[in-house]
Design a protein. Structure first.
Length: 215
């Protein structure tokens, strides 16, 4: 059994989804590793364990994340350290899709189909836990795929569950993964100078690859 945390990132050209897959029997161990990391950030940089990590705002220097100033360069360093931590979560896997922005629905379908194929190979099942925002759209899509004649996602159980990202470390981590992929696929100078165009490579140990539209 797996828990799958999904979040997206994007711009006017690209839509990116990342899905962080956690084995149910490793969930507590993963959570403890994340908590320890956040405690370390609180000690080193004054960033409260309750502060939401929202990738775009975090690396852009937006918002007050600590009592003192955390410079943009340091934020980008923490961003990469967070990706390194994600890559060391016990038996975690990461699924990703990159599609044109106008095809976001197809991107979500492709992501779930890729996840379902892996679950079939592993003889496992999963539930989806997603960031709030498009609850009705994604619920309808999942239900349609679950009831299709070809059983497109027979290994994904129930409707997706939706949580506020500030209430879930795992969704925040999925957001970091998705943003790292966006910056790889669509680099911008203001972030490339901090090495964010190569940050997604840090997730290679857990990555199941990147799904793209058929040519």
């Amino acid at each position: 059994m797996h828990l799958i945390y999904i979040d997206d990132s994007g711009d006017e050209e690209l839509c990116v989804f990342s899905a962080l897959m956690i084995r149910a029997d490793k969930w507590n161990a993963c959570l403890e590793k994340i908590k320890n990391f956040r405690r370390d950030m609180q000690t080193s940089d004054g960033i409260s364990v309750y502060t939401e990590f929202h990738a775009w705002k975090f690396v852009s220097g937006r918002g007050k994340i600590a009592d003192g100033v955390v410079p943009k360069g340091r934020r980008c360093q923490i961003f990469k350290q967070t990706l390194q931590m994600i890559a060391m979560l016990p038996e975690a896997r990461l699924f990703n899709v990159v599609f044109p922005t106008k095809a976001s629905g197809h991107a979500y379908e492709a992501l779930l189909e890729g996840i379902n194929r892996a679950l079939q190979t592993w003889d496992s099942h999963a539930i989806l836990i997603c960031d709030e925002g498009k609850d009705a759209i994604y619920t309808r899509l999942v239900r349609r795929m679950q009831t299709s004649k070809d059983g497109a996602i027979d290994r994904i159980l129930e409707d997706p569950f939706f949580k506020q990202s500030d209430q879930s470390y795992f969704i925040q981590l999925s957001d970091f993964c998705a943003y790292a992929l966006l910056r790889q696929e669509h680099p911008i100078e203001s972030k490339t100078k901090y090495g964010l165009d190569e940050a997604f490579n840090l997730l290679e140990p857990i990555s199941e690859g990147i799904i793209r539209p058929n040519p």
